[in-house]
Design a protein around this ligand. Sequence first.
Ligand SMILES: Cc1cc2nc3c(=O)[nH]c(=O)nc-3n(C[C@H](O)[C@H](O)[C@H](O)COP(=O)(O)OP(=O)(O)OC[C@H]3O[C@@H](n4cnc5c(N)ncnc54)[C@H](O)[C@@H]3O)c2cc1C
Length: 391
Amino acid sequence: MLSARSTSTPAGDVARADVAVVGAGPIGLAVAWRCAARGLRVTVHDPAPGSGASAVAAGMLAPIAEAYFGERDLTGLLVESAARWPAFAAELTEATGVDLGYRTDGTLLVGLTADDLAEARRLWAYQRELDLPVTPLRPSELRDREPALAPRVRGGALAATDHQVDPRLLVPALRTAAERAGAVLVPGPVRALSELDAAVTVVAAGCGAAALTGLPVRPVKGQVLRLRAPGGAPPGFRHVIRGYADGEHVYLVPRTGGEVVVGATVEERRDTDVSAGAVLRLLRAAVDLVPELAEYDLIETAAGLRPGTPDNAPILGPLPGRPDVLAATGHHRHGIVLTPVTADLIADLVTTGVPDPLLAPFRPDRFTGPSGSVAADRGEPARTSEEDPWN
Ligand SMILES: Cc1cc2nc3c(=O)[nH]c(=O)nc-3n(C[C@H](O)[C@H](O)[C@H](O)COP(=O)(O)OP(=O)(O)OC[C@H]3O[C@@H](n4cnc5c(N)ncnc54)[C@H](O)[C@@H]3O)c2cc1C
């Protein structure tokens, strides 16, 4: 489709971009980096880069723990993207000198009570059916790996290949890499796609994509806490710990700098208020699994809005009837793990015009009727969220 600096830019119109990216979250910035590195002229439009869901995200790269019933296509994409993470992280660190907090200690999946363990085991059985590497552990084996786990924890499993990265380090690094490759950040919101003058537009605006495209992307609220080990020491455990504690699902993500991210609620709401009840439930579940967390400082409570879709999978590819507008949105709970594969596949699509077969299950037109009418913006101003039936 596009080759380096090859668009039919009118003489004298040096400002026309090959690619305009809407949204400077992890997805938009990674797409911009990949496109700019191929020699394309790229602009990235965002009034507040990095202020979306990624600002609160835990950064688990967890295709195994996140392999849920009925989501095989999504699981395949998660596995594919997670496999790209080591090279992606190394390349990004090489390009920027930034340590991303990328850690490969693995993930422990645990159940506190017999009921919790029974629920977890159903999922592990399904994950093993898919040939995903989940290794059941006896309670003694669990505690050998993580002595900080509560003695009450009944059992668990190891997902050694589920890793983590720190999104608060990742997103600024992606911005630096994109800018060093030549992408230009344009501070300001895009209210209608018709404002943009580019050969190809990539809509990577997270929850903002619905108002620009009519795609069914809705906010799914998640509340998270951040704790810090006393005296700035590293947390007393090194694996990501995910599990069920008296029916409450919780994850604990230890960072090298001493922080532990505790998350997260999943709520069909669009506000970013933090509720006392959510803090109480998350803290209780966290301390049930790892008692020493009661001694940690509570340093932050926050809420973010995941860009959710009707089938929990991202929306990747051209809008129906608009081959010049590519969606890269709807990454819901998985935008961090899916960053490398999304950036690669969308940059390939921009440059070749040919969609990789991996994109097939995630096309935007899976949500349209026979008429193919996703209401791609053709110049109208963005709808307000109240008018937007999808939001
Ligand atoms: C509590 C929580 C925990 C999470 N944990 C994980 C995790 O462990 N692992 C994982 O993989 N994912 C996780 N996620 C999901 C992940 O954060 C998102 O999927 C990811 O951030 C999506 O990236 P994005 O770039 O598409 O959108 P966002 O990060 O939301 O960024 C969108 C950007 O678009 C901009 N924008 C919006 N509208 C416009 C407009 N009209 N014009 C210009 N710019 C616009 C915004 O300002 C923002 O900067 C979590 C999310 C939450 C809320």
